[in-house]
Design a protein around this ligand. Structure first.
Ligand code: BGC
Length: 461
């Protein structure tokens, strides 16, 4: 029987803004998402992230839940404005102290910290004073912030990710405008993507030229694109879509340049790297993170039925891709409207493995949302248990049958939390969080994932 390698990493993931709350505690500065929550109509139900899961105060209880789950790794993000309240000036020691407590608590329980430096909560001052990711000032501020984190935590943290899902910051934050900072533009996403890549490169340079040990990578998201038919046009459409989605923000950190198809289609809308920047970017990821949630069919011509018009259902910018997305009516659909297609995950992993020549991959997020009426319904989350089982099965096939170099898997997410513009309505957690009492209750899927991990461990040689 084929089994996962012995040292395969099983983990669970969260992000600071979605769970911490305590949004003004101990000198924390405001972030773009703190501000965005105050704009009427931006967040479902008028929810705000001010308290969220109150993890800032309840982290010890959460460490126990992580450890009891049986994972050996926990991926979380650092809130930049806790460390530097205005993004670039004075260091807030209380912020550093909080993450020290968290990191030490995890290590004491045998859980390895995997740290993301940026999961979308930009210090508000950088947005207001410097236009956020449209500006070079933010790029340099990020490199300094990253170095402060390496210095403060690098003695214990050996696994780093610079950024989470730059596609979302670029496209949802600056293209369709549904995420903070809420800008709508056809050109800004490519400028923002460019600056995020440069910020990654400068931070990695600090990491590699400092005396830190460990690995550093980037967590990019991608939905899989299966050609709707075997026609060369549809095969090309699917391939180009993957290059626009994952390749856009990953090719530069591996090869030092953007995919050729993007340069061709976008012309001057796509900024260029100088020779020096390109050199700095090339090989700047020790591993590639993949956040994966769904799959679509791609075709050059509009399909007869179940078509998703360009730009719809996938967050925009797809008009630049000259293709149509569609789905199979037989696919189960999550509460987010995302299709459950485990084989798409397997193919996605194979695509990354082939394109990036076997560079180590971590699945840095994978999960599903289920809305529920009340705690009993939410806790009995059979669909999520099924999702985790099917997706980890597809993962196993990719690793053991296809030989894809995946080193770890992080389920999204530990507990129900602030799901960005969906507020608290979309529950992604393995643990139920009651947002009034803040009580945590493990769901059926928590135990299902625990069994998968145990089984994998017991069957490894
Ligand atoms: C993000 C998470 C988010 C999840 C579900 C990913 O895009 O990294 O922060 O909660 O997907 O939407």
């Amino acid at each position: 029987m084929k089994v996962f390698p012995k040292d395969f990493t099983w983990g669970v993931a969260t992000s600071a803004h979605q769970i911490e709350g305590a949004h003004t505690a101990d000198g924390k500065g405001p972030s773009t998402w703190d501000a965005y929550c105050q704009i009427p109509g931006k967040i479902n139900n008028g929810d705000t992230s001010a308290i969220a899961c109150d993890h800032y105060n309840r982290y010890a209880e959460d460490i126990k839940l992580i450890s009891d789950l049986g994972v050996t790794a926990y991926r979380f993000s650092i809130c930049w404005s806790r460390i530097l309240p205005d993004g670039k000036g004075v260091i807030n020691q209380a912020g550093i102290d909080f993450y020290n407590r968290l990191i030490d608590g995890l290590i004491a329980k045998g859980v390895t910290p995997y740290v993301t430096l940026y999961h979308w909560d930009l210090p508000l001052a950088l947005q207001m004073e410097n236009d956020g990711w449209l500006s070079e000032t933010t790029v340099q501020a990020f490199a300094r912030y990253a170095e402060i984190c390496f210095q403060a935590f690098g003695d214990r943290v050996k696994h780093w990710m610079t950024f989470n899902e730059n596609w979302c910051t670029a496209v949802l934050g600056h293209g369709t405008g549904v995420f903070a900072p809420g800008r709508v533009s056809q050109t800004e996403p490519y400028l923002v993507g460019h600056n995020l890549l440069l910020a990654h490169a400068y931070a990695v340079k600090k990491f590699r030229t400092g005396s830190y040990q460990g690995v550093i990578g980037i967590a990019n998201n991608c939905d899989f694109r299966e050609p709707l038919s075997n026609s060369p046009e549809d095969i090309a459409a699917a391939q180009e879509s993957l290059e626009f989605f994952y390749g856009w923000l990953t090719d530069p950190v591996v090869f030092g340049h953007y995919p050729a198809i993007m340069r061709e289609r976008l012309g001057t809308r796509l900024p260029e790297f100088t020779a020096e920047e390109s050199e700095l970017l090339k090989g700047s990821a020790d591993f590639l993170g993949l956040n994966h949630y769904t799959t679509h069919y791609a075709s050059r011509q509009a399909p007869a039925q179940n078509a998703v018009a360009p730009g719809d259902g996938n967050g925009g910018m797809s008009e630049d891709q000259h293709l149509y997305l569609s789905s199979d009516p037989a696919w189960p659909v999550t509460s987010m409207g995302w299709f459950v297609v485990p084989w798409g995950f397997r193919k996605m992993l194979n695509w990354i493995h082939q394109r990036y020549n076997g560079l180590p991959i971590y699945v840095t997020e994978n999960g599903t949302a289920i809305t529920a009426n009340g705690v009993d319904e939410a806790i009995d989350d059979q669909e999520r248990a099924y999702f985790v089982s099917e997706y980890t099965q597809a993962l196993k096939q990719a690793v053991t049958e296809d030989g894809v170099n995946v080193q770890g898997y992080f389920a999204w997410t530990l507990m129900d939390n602030f799901e960005w513009c969906q507020g608290y309505n979309m529950r992604f957690g393995l643990i139920y969080c009651d947002f009034d009492s803040l009580k945590r209750t493990p769901k059926t899927s928590y135990y299902a994932y625990q069994s998968i991990i145990n089984e994998s461990r017991n069957s490894t040689q």
